[in-house]
Design a protein around this ligand. Structure first.
Ligand SMILES: O=c1[nH]c(=O)c2[nH]c(=O)[nH]c2[nH]1
Length: 298
């Protein structure tokens, strides 16, 4: 005897790029490139348990729907498009109770030609992506989170690490000045929205949420005289919550990408450690991984 405990199915890696043209100047254009995952939950157990495909919305139709809704609706901010897409499935099919939309937005940054922003040319300035997750329920409620992933940063000073447990397992030397580098993975959750129109009414604060989280992350990383990745992470998250009234929770996962001093004293007494360090050895593994979730209130 077995029972079907949990299911979800959908289409992953739906790719699309949308071009939006300025109505007064069609050569002034905006581009948005997404990789999207659509997952549905509902009453389609028969498809699993008795091989009855009757209740299946095909994953191919989910891909088609994504393209059609991207044509008929704004795709920016991605939080709104995720909400529109998620609401479509729970509103169109009575037996679908929840949808889960995950959007990865790839960077296309307008670049300058002869000192002026070009109206239709863009560059991929890094692997960093913007992330959106929308969980849409059939009662209309929408749970949104925004995020950043793969934002690779490094500072060459302004980071120390000392005062930690010294026991028989410890070999790490204390440092007042080290390189700090991480690939930022940040997620922030918004208060629940009562439907797509509530999301639409909040597009400014959703866009601001993304810009503010990114700017706070970069500024705090640069300016904090860091005692540890843990302490810098906490300062970032606290500020994002303070700066965004609709954000109630922030999570970070920060790999500590180590760069170690290289002792060159064996060669003619060359000084290259501590305050004399200039040439470092980047470490690919192992790496620290520092995570935390910080919530508004107690
Ligand atoms: O910022 C840090 N936090 C740690 O917990 C840790 N552990 C370690 O070896 N180096 C570091 N750096």
């Amino acid at each position: 005897m077995v029972s079907l405990t949990a299911t979800r199915y959908g289409k992953d890696n739906i790719r699309l790029l949308k071009v939006e043209r300025d109505p007064s100047n069609p050569r002034l254009q905006y581009v948005y490139e997404f990789t999207i995952r659509v997952m549905l939950e509902g009453d389609y157990e028969a498809a699993y348990t008795i091989a009855d495909n009757g209740p299946i919305v095909t994953t191919d139709s989910m891909k088609n729907t994504t393209h059609i809704l991207a044509k008929k609706n704004p795709v920016s901010p991605p939080e709104l498009f995720a909400s529109i897409l998620g609401a479509h499935f729970v509103n169109t099919y009575d037996h679908i109770h929840k949808s889960f939309i995950h959007i990865i937005q790839h960077r296309w940054t307008r670049y300058e030609v002869d000192g002026a922003p070009h109206d239709h040319s863009f560059l991929r300035d890094g692997a960093e992506v913007r992330i959106v997750d929308a969980e849409v329920h059939e009662d209309g409620k929408i749970f949104l989170s925004g995020g950043i992933s793969d934002l690779l940063v490094l500072k060459s000073t302004g980071s120390a690490f000392y005062g930690y447990i010294q026991d028989k397992y410890t070999t790490l030397p204390e440092t007042r000045d080290r390189i700090m580098s991480t690939s930022v993975d940040a997620t922030w959750k918004y208060d629940v929205f009562e439907g797509v129109e509530a999301v639409r009414a909040s597009v400014k604060s959703l866009e601001k949420g993304y810009q503010s989280a990114r700017e706070i992350t970069l500024k705090t990383f640069a300016t904090d005289e860091s005692a540890s990745v843990q302490a810098t992470l906490y300062r970032m998250a606290k500020q994002i919550i303070a700066d965004n009234s609709q954000v109630n929770q922030v999570s970070y996962a920060l790999p500590n990408k180590h760069y170690f001093d290289i002792d060159l004293s064996w060669f003619e007494g060359l000084k290259n450690t501590g305050a004399d360090a200039e040439v470092y050895a980047p470490q690919s593994n192992p790496n620290g991984l520092i995570t935390a979730t910080i919530s508004r209130g107690d």
